[in-house]
Design a protein around this ligand. Sequence first.
Ligand code: G6P
Length: 610
Amino acid sequence: MCGIVGYIGKQNAVPILIEGLKRLEYRGYDSAGIAVITENKAIIEKKKGKVSVLEKFVKGSGIEANIGIAHTRWATHGEPNEINAHPHFNADKSIMLIHNGIIENYAPLRKKLISEGYKFLSETDTEVLVHLIDKFYTKKKNLFEAVRNALLLINGTYGIAVISIYEPDKIIVARKGSPLVIGVGREENYIASDVNALITHTSSIVYLEDGEMAIVTKDNFEAKTLEDDKVEKEVVEIDIEVDEITKSGYPHFMLKEIMEQPESIRNSMRGRILMDEGVSKLGGLNGFEERIVDSERILIVACGTSWHAGLVGEYMLEQFTGIPVEVDYGSEFRYRNPIITPDDTTIFISQSGETADTLAALREAKRRQALTVGICNVVGSTIARESDTGIYIHAGPEIGVASTKAFTAQLTVLALLTVLIARSKNLSCQDGQMILKELESIPYKVEKILKLNDEIEKIAEQFKDAKNFLYLGRGYNFPVALEGALKLKEISYIHAEGYPAAEMKHGPIALIDENMPTVFIAPQDSVYEKVISNIEEVKSRKGVVIAVASEKDTKIEKLVNYTIKIPDTIRMLMPILTSIPLQLLAYHIAVKKGLNVDQPRNLAKSVTVE
Ligand code: G6P
């Protein structure tokens, strides 16, 4: 969602903060701001729009300071403008604060503070917090205590950083529900909501847990709980290369991440295949395998693209393990009093590992004593840490807001998990080997599909002015239809819907005419003939059809307007292949429309609010 970065040390904080904001911009991007303290005076600058607008301004202003905080915002309360942008500050600009999350009880707090004479400038929920801190500071004359006392009155979620001209040698940070890390340097320290902001400076990271705070100075940091008890924190060494978070010559992160998929898929299965035994080995699940194999049911919970991966997982797990599987949205699961028993395994799929709805669902499942398994990309993320056990997908940092390589890595890991469970049930060693061999060949097939980039770009040219799109697929490729439609709407703003192909006749067929392009995911699998009938139905209503088809299929191109031919694989792995042309199609349509592919309007990479 929003991004937080802070610095204290001997260097000029300003370029460090701006660079950090740029690395965080993918999380939220409607306005940005910076606050620094220099010669006991606060300087606060905020700008509507992208970080580059703020950057241009501060570069020209020559501001220098050794302590500062900065924020990039994705609006929740109040429109994106300079006043609502963070940092927020008290009346005399002596205390400044940046905040990720939502303060749920801000309305009564705001009313009370106004009755006590506090003046509010913005429409944000955040501003109550800075005035509350001001109120406690007046009494306590201790910044940490003032922040702590203010937070005790807050309901909601927060990752915050606070600085004050009265105590210009420290940054106070706190976390509840929104990630916050400390980057440890030599005679300098950093804070951020995401390690990506810090990796050019330090790889030594401290992850704060919910309910923890810290006083960060130039030479030290001291962590405490909200109840003021001291906590010993471990400094973790992280391993992210800088070129993993730069575009490396590509025009967009999204294209780079699509093109990285042969490698990211390889990474997600690396060291996890025991071919001789026809089984997979998932170290993260150590000690929990038996409980998973013996579970009565598997519940998969996720949001967005990760939810689509969960749907594919349902097909895989039910086909091969015989365990009943249900898939739910995080937001629905947490509020519908779901039936969960200690005999269930619950799986939480999240690229970021921070999605608020998925996290809340995880906590609910834990409360009800089900086994919780996290499938995450971001190492050390909250869902990864709070799950009983888990599997990292190892796709590497994903910066483009529209998820691509994380999706195919999630599918890879779900396939490995399926083999692991199925081998303890009825799957023979030979069948396990067959699946794993196919899985090993997937990166080569992905390389082949990526060579179709120019061809897909030409198809995209024909559809950049379309107003609507329909995506249809069956079986394993039904979730791919949903994912293809989601990719297109996220970045091109073209309305698109995904449907199981056979459901078309129950409604969407009414939409078909010469202006309604339909994408069929039609590999030569067991439902191929049925999908062909659906294509005929669309064609007879003058619909325009793009088909993603098997490379050996010679029949389909006579029927449809555009064909994208891809290699074949076994049914369970087909979604890894069929999703890739749809990523490229969405990408090229959005680029041809002149849109900002990496930072589509209104979206955020990681949604840490409800
Ligand atoms: C946001 C992102 C999507 C993502 C979803 C779930 O909406 O824009 O790309 O699929 O969150 O995120 P997660 O990090 O939990 O996979």
